[in-house]
Write a protein that binds this ligand. Structure first.
Ligand SMILES: [Fe+2]
Ligand SMILES: [Fe+2]
Length: 279
């Protein structure tokens, strides 16, 4: 699977920023909280993969690393624009970004480069899980504002395309023995705890900042149902999250490449404007 960098800009309607999701404003705030992480997080992913770039000898993987960096840079740019709309709408995004920068800065200072790459692997597994859910259950975004829906679908498709790149760099540069297995497993536990704690905190902060959702505490039930209900996102992705702890795990053991067939339809819609050729 060779990822392709696509230079696409999304025209997101500012007026819908706090209520673009068909399941209501609380679910909108959950997705918006995820968006806060991307520009900062993706810079961290790029830096931690770059640290090992010189140790990659496989020509195919070298090419995939370049494409991975290109894709994450485009995602960061589009989520940066997305997050500025949130800030303009009164959401304390800059404070949240500062917190993410601080947390990742501590990880950079206190842990060796291998742990930073393990953190990237863990977060890439999360993005791959969320991407698989969104793409294989169109109901999760159906009826939402088309521009926001396209942006999330585009991001999900490219996360699927490059889901194994950081992992393959890990295998080539660090290896797949007992110590690397232990490092990536322990790192997954800590990374998951830190990530979902912050996602929950940011979602609640957004819900409490928005006067519309602050007045409707019952809306938390909509969100709880969306995440933990019978068809909920978390329930659906728990088995795939656990797969990561298998000694023989590889992201493509879950072969969902058929989902990538949607990419033409997603990126050619009038809600998006193509700026450059695929590189
Ligand atoms: Fe991304
Ligand atoms: Fe990614």
């Amino acid at each position: 699977m060779m990822p392709i960098r696509r230079d696409i800009r999304f025209k997101l309607p500012a007026a819908r920023i706090h209520d673009w999701h068909s399941h209501g404003p609380q679910v909108t705030h959950f997705f918006n909280a995820l968006s806060v992480f991307f520009p900062v997080g993706e810079r961290f992913f790029i830096a931690s993969v770059r640290n090992y770039r010189d140790q990659v000898t496989d020509p195919g993987l070298k090419k995939a690393v370049v494409a991975f960096i290109g894709q994450e840079a485009m995602h960061g740019r589009e989520h940066e624009r997305y997050n500025r709309l949130l800030q303009a709408d009164g959401m304390p995004v800059q404070d949240m970004e500062k917190l993410v920068i601080r947390v990742l800065g501590i990880a950079r200072k206190l842990t060796p480069r291998s742990w930073q790459l393990a953190t990237t692997l863990a977060l890439e597994h999360h993005t791959a899980l969320i991407a698989d859910l969104l793409l294989s259950n169109p109901d999760l975004l159906a009826g939402s504002d088309p521009a926001f829906r396209r942006l999330w679908q585009w991001h999900a498709l490219e996360e699927t395309e490059h889901k194994a790149v950081a992992y393959d760099v890990w295998n080539e540069a660090i290896g797949s023995g007992s110590v690397p297995y232990l490092v990536r497993s322990v790192s997954m536990v800590f990374t998951s705890l830190a990530f979902w704690t912050l996602v929950a905190e940011f979602s609640i902060r957004m819900i409490e900042t928005d006067p519309e959702t602050r007045r409707r505490p019952r809306g938390y039930l909509d969100l709880a149902n969306f995440l933990f209900g019978k068809q909920g996102m978390f329930r659906a992705s728990l088995p795939a999250w656990l797969d990561y702890f298998k000694r023989s795990f590889h992201p493509w053991q879950h072969d969902n490449r058929q989902l990538l067939e949607q990419i033409g339809a997603v990126t050619s819609d009038t809600a998006v404007m193509r700026l450059g050729a695929e590189a």
